[in-house]
Design a protein around this ligand. Structure first.
Ligand SMILES: Cc1cc2nc3c(=O)[nH]c(=O)nc-3n(C[C@H](O)[C@H](O)[C@H](O)COP(=O)(O)OP(=O)(O)OC[C@H]3O[C@@H](n4cnc5c(N)ncnc54)[C@H](O)[C@@H]3O)c2cc1C
Ligand code: FES
Length: 262
C-alpha cells in the first residue's frame, strides 16, 4: 500500500480553502484519484480523510482543503515543513479518452479533481476544456476564482452573483449545453448538485463520468463504509474508495435513494 509522509512545501489561503503543496517521491497519479490523509495525531482511533489530488508533477502534489470539521481544521493548521501521513494515490480516476469535446462541471471542492483533469486534457489536446464551477451561498474561496481564470477556461456561478453568473452551476450548465456542442461531461461536487445533473445530461443524451465525495473510513476497500447504491439492482453496492470515486453516472442510483443513501 502506498503510505508515506510528505513534507508540506507551501500553504496558500483562499477564504475557506487551503491549497497545500506536498513533496512526494516519484508518485504517478491520475485525475480523479485521491489521497487519504491522517488528520490528527497518529492513533488507532484517528480516521483518515480523503482529498482529491489537484495536481501531481515535479515531485509534489496539490490538495485543496475546505474546513468543514475537526479533521479539516487540523489540516488547515499545518505549516510549511510539517509532514503529512498519507496513502496515495488511491481509487479509480477519470478515463480521459472517451470524449472528444468534454465539458467539466464542479461544485465547491469538486474543483480539485477537475482542475487536475483540465490541465491533463490541455496537455494531451493542446487546448483547455471549459470548466464550470459553482459556489454555494456562503462558500468563499477568496481570490482563487480570479487566479484560476488566468490559468484555465473557467466560468463561475455563485448564488448571489458575487462572481460570475448569478445562479447554480446547473443553471450555468443548462446555458452552456444550449450554446455549444459537447460529447461528454465530467463532474464532481456535492450530492445534490450531482443529482440535479441527471435531467440535463439525459436531455442532451450525454455520457457522464462523475466523482463522488462520499464519506469514507478505511479508504482501501475493507470496511464498506463508503458503499453507494448501484442503479437497477436491489441490494447491490459499489465501494467509492475502490470501485470509484469515479463512476459512470448511469451506474449509480440517484434521487432520494443515493448514491449517499446506501
Ligand atoms: C473521493 C473524495 C474526494 C474529496 N476531495 C475533497 C477535496 O478535494 N477537498 C475537500 O475539502 N474535501 C474533499 N472531500 C471531502 C472531505 O473528505 C471531507 O470534507 C472531510 O473528510 C471532512 O472531515 P472533517 O473531519 O473536517 O469533517 P467531520 O468532522 O467528519 O464532518 C464535518 C461536517 O462535514 C460533513 N462531511 C464530512 N465528510 C463529508 C463528505 N465526504 N461529504 C459531505 N459532507 C461531509 C459532515 O456530515 C459534517 O456535517 C473528498 C471526499 C471524497 C470521498
Ligand atoms: S472506506 Fe472502507 S471500503 Fe471504502
Amino acid at each position: 500500500m502506498p503510505r508515506f509522509e510528505g513534507e508540506v512545501l507551501e500553504v496558500r489561503e483562499y477564504g475557506q480553502g487551503r491549497l497545500f503543496r506536498v513533496a512526494v517521491d516519484s508518485l504517478a497519479a491520475q485525475p480523479g484519484q485521491f489521497a487519504h490523509l491522517l488528520c490528527g495525531e497518529d492513533s488507532p482511533r484517528t480516521l483518515r480523510r480523503p482529498f482529491s489530488i489537484m495536481d501531481c508533477s515535479d515531485g509534489s502534489l496539490g490538495l485543496l482543503v475546505k474546513v468543514v470539521g475537526e479533521g479539516t481544521a487540523w489540516l488547515a493548521g499545518r505549516r510549511v515543513g510539517d509532514r503529512l501521513d498519507m496513502l496515495a494515490p488511491l481509487g479509480r480516476g477519470f478515463n480521459l479518452e472517451l470524449y472528444e469535446r468534454p465539458l467539466l462541471v464542479a461544485g465547491g471542492t469538486g474543483l480539485a479533481p477537475l482542475h487536475f483533469l483540465a490541465k491533463r486534457l490541455e496537455a494531451a489536446k493542446g487546448h483547455s476544456p471549459r470548466l464550470l464551477w459553482g459556489l454555494s451561498c456562503g462558500e468563499d474561496f477568496g481570490a482563487m476564482p480570479a487566479w484560476l481564470e488566468r490559468d484555465i477556461d473557467l466560468s463561475i456561478a455563485t448564488c448571489d452573483g458575487s462572481a460570475g453568473m448569478e445562479g447554480t452551476v446547473i443553471d450555468l450548465l443548462g446555458s452552456e449545453l444550449a450554446r455549444a456542442d459537447y460529447d461528454g461531461v465530467f463532474a464532481c461536487g456535492p450530492e445534490a448538485m450531482l443529482d440535479a445533473l441527471g435531467p440535463l445530461i439525459r436531455k442532451h443524451a450525454l455520457p457522464c463520468q462523475v466523482s463522488v465525495e462520499q464519506r469514507m473510513a478505511c479508504g482501501i476497500g475493507v470496511c464498506f463504509g463508503c458503499a453507494v447504491k448501484k442503479s437497477g439492482e436491489e441490494q447491490s453496492y459499489l465501494r467509492v474508495c475502490l470501485e470509484g470515486p469515479v463512476f459512470d453516472y448511469s451506474d449509480l442510483a440517484w434521487g432520494g435513494d443515493g448514491p449517499g443513501g446506501a
